[in-house]
Design a protein. Structure first.
Length: 369
């Protein structure tokens, strides 16, 4: 854990709050389940020192900044625990009494996790040795739940590799990403009155390097000399709109390629969506605790959504792809299922000054669609 995590920084505050409360909630739920299953001592012995220290730091951070949230966790976890154990019993035929091992994995590094953890936050083993991976999320009610995030230049090839044309689709998308970025650099420099400086900067750096050198590799170092922010949200509105407009060709291209996959084989496309919807394996159990704000500022339990890929495959076959590109927003589009809404959004990795974008996938559940 870096000490800088605990420095007062408004830009980091919300991200840290989400990370810390999520990991604490995972531990609280797993600990309660272990205690009720009669395996508490073994559970605690399996929590390594590094994780214990991190959780202690997270608790201290929350206690000093948001004690209202921390104090609401016992009641929140108790309400969710009832729904979660009902799901285990009714859907998985797993009683609490038959649970023989529980591991909390959410904050462990990939090196610390075992090969059978399936990217889970909590891993449960029953008396017969069967594993039940759980992906646990704590989310504000009526909000989108983040399910997957990754680089745009590997997105199609990674998640739609079952299609024989995935590599070609990825190549087409990569070209559009680069073209959109190049157009953005020209437009933003012109709007900021920096065109001459940008051209001079490029000329000095490509001199003697031969033909075929891309200008885009020099933009980040150039922008650092301008005194302007590299974060889109901190740019003047006119410049921010130019950056945001550069996302539209990219999200249009992703929509077009995904719709082509769907058109070629809707059944295969449907299965390729599973990891993007939060199911990293066919036996993953996605458990979401939704909360609303209580009168004291803490969290009050709203509802739970707990499901596995079988629920998704059997119960949500009907959906609308929204094939009309006019429906695509400036940086996102949605696929409407019977019981939830799946959103694909393009974002900068952090700074907009490189052609490295990320694709963020999220889901919105329930009667608030």
């Amino acid at each position: 854990m870096k000490e800088s995590y605990f420095e007062d920084n408004t830009a980091q505050e919300e991200a840290l709050l989400n990370e810390f409360k999520g990991n604490l909630f995972e531990f609280i739920l797993a600990h309660k389940l272990a205690r009720q299953a009669g395996v508490e001592a073994e559970f605690l012995s399996r929590v390594n020192v590094s994780l214990r220290n991190r959780l202690s730091q997270y608790e201290g951070w929350l206690r000093s900044r948001r004690p209202d949230i921390l104090n609401s966790f016992p009641a929140l976890s108790e309400s969710f625990y009832r729904d979660f154990t009902t799901y285990l019993q009714d859907k998985l035929c797993l009683s609490v009494e038959n649970i023989k091992m529980i591991d909390v994995l959410g904050k462990l590094s990939e090196q610390e996790k075992s090969a059978d953890s399936y990217e889970s936050d909590i891993l449960i083993k029953d008396g017969q040795g069967e594993l039940y991976p759980v992906s646990l999320k704590l989310c504000k009610d009526h909000a989108y739940v983040n399910t997957k995030s990754g680089g745009v230049k590997s997105f199609l090839e990674r998640y739609f590799s079952a299609f024989s044309n995935a590599s070609q689709a990825q190549s087409r998308l990569d070209q559009i990403v680069d073209l959109s970025f190049d157009t953005m650099t020209v437009d933003i420099c012109e709007s900021a009155g920096l065109t001459s400086d940008w051209n001079d900067w490029v000329k000095q750096r490509i001199k003697g390097q031969g033909a075929g050198i891309s200008k885009r590799q020099f933009f980040e170092s150039f922008w650092q000399t301008t005194g302007l922010s590299s974060l889109p949200g901190q740019l003047p509105q006119e410049l921010r709109e130019i950056v945001q407009a550069s996302y539209r060709p990219i999200i249009n291209a992703i929509h077009k390629e995904m719709y082509e996959f769907y058109r070629l084989d809707s059944e295969l496309f449907y299965k390729c969506l599973l990891p993007l919807l939060g199911f990293s394996s066919l036996n993953m159990n996605l458990a979401i605790c939704f909360y609303s704000k209580g009168v004291d500022g803490g969290y009050k339990f709203s509802r739970s959504v707990i499901m596995n890929p079988q629920d998704y495959l059997l119960g949500s076959r009907s959906f609308d792809f929204k094939a009309n590109l006019d429906q695509v927003k400036i940086s996102s589009f949605e696929i409407l299922f019977e019981h939830f809404k799946f959103q694909v959004r393009i974002k900068p990795m952090n700074r907009f000054t490189t052609a490295g974008h990320k694709v963020n996938c999220s889901v919105r559940y329930g009667d608030h669609l």
